[in-house]
Design a protein around this ligand. Structure first.
Ligand code: GSH
Length: 201
């Protein structure tokens, strides 16, 4: 059975849990308390030298980086609708996976981290304001695209699973989603997929 080094409040772990559930794969959760610094133990360096989660362990193979894990799962359980075989659909899925890492995470995910997890006295308000501005620009890109498309890369795919968590969690970073009606509808569409799990499930 596969194992996942996990944390319940991590959007990067949540996307992997969501993908595993939607693919119908049983797995074992290995809890790693990052708030207590468990990622800095000597043992964990052998699991992930970058000392972050999620990490997927599949028999004697293990890997880290959440979006790469989504691609691994998609290909491992191919054919499945979350992982398009068609070249242009695959290209579009990859495009949004990279957009997630290069645009969504550095703005929306970091704004959430600073707002939700840092003590207020250590928050750099100027930087947080800049991140919220960048986050709104990212949401506008998504909203413009989703005005004409139900899902990011055509049909529901790993692209949606990758980008959904930190978009849906944007309000925890002080970013209002209500001006982005197509994004809100997209989140609702994902939440109504069969087998959807919430972050806290
Ligand atoms: N790019 C990585 C980011 C992973 C990441 O930042 N994980 C966070 C939780 S969401 C973590 O483990 N933080 C602990 C730390 O940085 O010490 C991925 O997508 O997997």
């Amino acid at each position: 059975m596969m194992k996942l080094y996990d944390h319940p409040l991590s959007g990067n772990c949540y996307k992997v849990r969501l993908a595993l559930r939607q693919l119908g794969i049983e797995y074992e959760k290995l809890y790693l308390d990052i708030f207590e610094g468990a990622q800095h133990s000597g043992d964990y360096k052998a699991v992930n030298p970058n000392r972050k989660r999620p990490v997927l362990v599949d028999g004697g193979f293990s890997m880290w980086e959440s979006n790469a894990i989504l691609l691994y799962l998609g290909k491992k359980y191919s054919p499945n609708p979350l992982y398009p075989e068609d070249l242009s659909a695959f290209g579009k899925m990859a495009q949004w996976l990279f957009f997630g890492k290069t645009s969504i995470d550095p703005s929306l995910a970091v704004a959430r981290f600073m707002t939700k997890f840092l003590p207020p006295e250590s928050v750099d308000e100027k930087r947080l304001g800049e991140l919220r501005t960048q986050g709104n620009a990212v949401l506008q890109v998504l909203d413009d695209h989703l005005e004409h498309s139900d899902f990011l890369a055509g049909d529901y795919s790993m692209a949606d699973i990758a980008c959904f968590p930190y978009v849906d969690l944007a309000p925890e970073g002080g970013i209002d989603l209500s001006p982005y009606s197509s994004v809100v509808l997209w989140c609702d569409r994902i939440k109504s997929r069969p087998g959807f799990i919430r972050m806290e499930d």
